[in-house]
Design a protein around this ligand. Structure first.
Ligand SMILES: Cc1cc2nc3c(=O)[nH]c(=O)nc-3n(C[C@H](O)[C@H](O)[C@H](O)COP(=O)(O)OP(=O)(O)OC[C@H]3O[C@@H](n4cnc5c(N)ncnc54)[C@H](O)[C@@H]3O)c2cc1C
Length: 387
């Protein structure tokens, strides 16, 4: 099978790097060790112990491309040599004030200019809560009225969205807007829709993210399609399953409302595949960015492309994976001529620790994915006769 070729999959990894990745995935697949590591890291940082060099040599190297845009460019070039594109994300999280929103805005604007200057990059990305206040997004999403100060702050965030999308449009750089928790997502959907209407007149420049673990999202895609047909603009969609399942289910239970999440993994998988299929059948309006490490979904998309006679390198279809994960998907799809892109997080080591902890947690909880990574690395180490 296409995605099982480990020679292609780990083409950029030396024997040493591969062994290190194996060791790392082995540790993070163990919940007790991961939790112990997180606690030790917290304590060491509080005591100001010189621990960051360990983070750099392990999880940072595995899941981040560097501390700055320029430092990350080496990775971008290496990936590009194997026909894999990159999009860079300043992955500093959790700062909730106006000046940090402005800093994030500037970081995104610089990344757009950086992408436009380097011909081997195409997309950029940002997280709405990096440029807008979560509490206000929540109020708007639940149709609560805003006081004067909140209105002012909300207008400022709308302005930040517009600055990003406008520059992206001017520089012809596609911009992916990440999806977040359902209780703030309605406001984000509304804003991104207005950006798509404004900037996607000729092609999809602005992409919204649709989390298919939500049972309402297939209808959402159909509604968007309707609006785009009536208003004559293009839709960019990053299709993902969704990252906040535990939070979503817990909150719904605590507040006694129906969880927005599908009742089972199988239903999420069906919803994702149906969403992809719907988009691929309506490529005259949609562009698809499929953000998934699920091999079955990838095979389904490839099959639909084949039966709909869509070229492998159709400019409106992209496959995206996170840096440090599912290299077998990335490099095998790229070597077959599909459009593939890696999400490259970057930022000062100390600041990207929350992102790294999320990656470790995800790999601990998504057992299947981690054991797949371990199996693939083991197969490649055996093929190279180094174990
Ligand atoms: C390039 C890229 C961009 C991304 N951007 C975003 C983003 O903007 N916003 C965001 O939220 N996430 C984002 N993600 C993360 C994504 O949503 C998933 O959490 C992650 O990719 C794992 O899902 P998967 O499709 O790779 O495959 P799998 O490992 O097959 O699926 C795991 C996912 O299935 C769902 N699931 C698991 N158990 C159940 C259950 N019992 N019931 C219902 N559903 C279940 C969850 O969504 C879980 O994350 C992104 C991922 C990638 C690769």
């Amino acid at each position: 099978m296409l995605l099982d070729n480990t020679k292609n999959g780990f083409i950029l990894k030396s024997d040493f790097e591969l062994k290190k990745a194996y060791f790392l995935f082995k540790i993070i697949s163990n919940k007790t060790l991961t939790n112990l590591g997180k606690t030790l890291l917290e304590v060491a940082l509080k005591l100001r112990l010189p621990i960051l060099f360990i983070v750099r040599g392990t999880v940072f190297e595995q899941f981040c491309s560097g501390e700055t845009l320029d430092e990350s460019f080496d990775t971008v070039k290496k990936l590009n040599n194997k026909n894999v594109k990159s999009y860079l994300h300043y992955s500093v999280e959790g700062l909730e004030n106006e000046s940090s929103y402005d800093l994030s805005l500037n970081e995104v604007l610089s990344s757009i200019t950086f992408v436009a200057e380097k011909s081997i990059l195409d997309f950029t990305v940002f997280k709405p809560t990096a440029i807008a206040n979560t509490q206000i997004l929540k109020k708007v999403s639940s149709s609560e009225s805003l006081n004067e100060k909140e209105k002012l702050l909300y207008d400022k965030s709308l302005d930040r969205f517009d600055k990003i999308c406008h520059l992206a449009f001017k520089k012809d750089v596609r911009v992916l807007v990440d999806a977040e928790e359902s209780w703030i997502q309605d406001a984000i959907d509304e804003i991104v829709l207005s950006m798509m209407m404004k900037y996607n007149k000729e092609k999809a420049i602005v992409y919204n993210t649709s989390q298919m673990y939500r049972h309402d999202r297939l209808n959402y895609l159909k509604t968007l399609h309707d609006i785009a047909l009536r208003n004559n603009f293009f839709l960019g969609i990053k299709l993902v399953r969704g990252a906040y399942i535990e939070k979503e289910n817990k909150r719904a239970k605590r507040n006694n409302y129906l969880s927005p999440i599908c009742r089972s993994k199988e239903l999420t998988d069906q919803n994702f595949n149906n969403g992809a299929s719907y988009i691929l059948s309506n490529l005259n309006k949609f562009s698809l960015f499929s953000g998934t490490h699920n091999e079955e979904s990838i095979y389904k998309i490839i099959n639909i492309m084949e039966s709909n006679r869509i070229n492998k390198d159709d400019a409106n279809i992209w496959f995206g994976q996170l840096y440090g994960m599912s290299d077998n998907i990335t490099f095998n799809l790229a070597s077959e001529g599909f459009n593939v892109i890696k999400y490259l997080p970057y930022g000062p080591i100390k600041e990207v620790i929350p992102y790294l902890i999320r990656r470790a947690d995800e790999n601990t909880s998504v057992k299947g994915q981690t054991s797949r990574e371990l199996d693939l690395i083991r197969t490649e180490l055996k093929r190279r006769s180094v174990i």
